[in-house]
Design a protein around this ligand. Structure first.
Ligand code: FE
Ligand code: ZN
Ligand code: FE
Length: 172
């Protein structure tokens, strides 16, 4: 089998788009499983709240993707997002660690912001593909999620800067 053997899924932007959507669907599904552990593990009340409200938002993001798949007449499953798998694994390493509560929270935020940036990148591409393929309704739904991921990232930034990083000990 040659390295550049013809792959029918790579023949059109439409096929690539559907594959990218499946990757996002897998990412959101994995995140819905992972976020409750982040909520539980966070020490700061505002961080707990931010994680749990993003969990609810994430369920809606998964539904938006289902709406897009319904309209395309395609199934959303069948692809695993390895990037999200790795990002969640890194976040979970933090859950198992003991230490100063604010330093732990700063570590949880670091992991969560990597997730948000990864999603921002994926949704930016998918939205662009949707509009190039002439699906304005899908582009609008993807844009709505993109906006939520950005807001979640900014909210984590605020919590880190205003609350966590100012209470965490800097050094011994
Ligand atoms: Fe998301
Ligand atoms: Zn992926
Ligand atoms: Fe997110």
């Amino acid at each position: 089998m040659g390295l550049l053997e013809k792959d029918p899924d790579m023949n059109t932007m439409q096929n690539l788009y559907v594959e990218q959507l499946r990757d996002l669907y897998s990412a959101e599904t994995q995140l819905i499983d992972a976020l409750p552990k982040m909520v539980e593990s966070a020490h700061s009340k505002s961080l707990k709240k931010a994680f749990s409200s993003h969990l609810e938002e994430t369920k809606g993001q998964k539904q938006r993707l289902e709406t897009i798949f319904d309209k395309l007449g395609e199934k959303p499953t069948g692809h695993t997002c390895k990037g999200m798998k790795g990002l969640i694994a890194e976040g979970e390493e933090m859950l198992d660690r003991d230490g100063n509560p604010s330093v732990r929270d700063a570590g949880l935020i670091a992991a969560a912001q990597r997730v948000e940036h990864y999603e921002i990148s994926g949704y930016g591409t998918a939205r662009q593909f949707a509009s190039q393929l002439g699906d304005a309704e899908a582009a609008r739904l993807l844009e709505a999620t993109l906006h939520e991921e950005s807001s979640a990232d900014q909210q984590l930034n605020r919590i880190a800067l205003e609350e966590i990083n100012v209470t965490a000990p800097l050094a011994h």
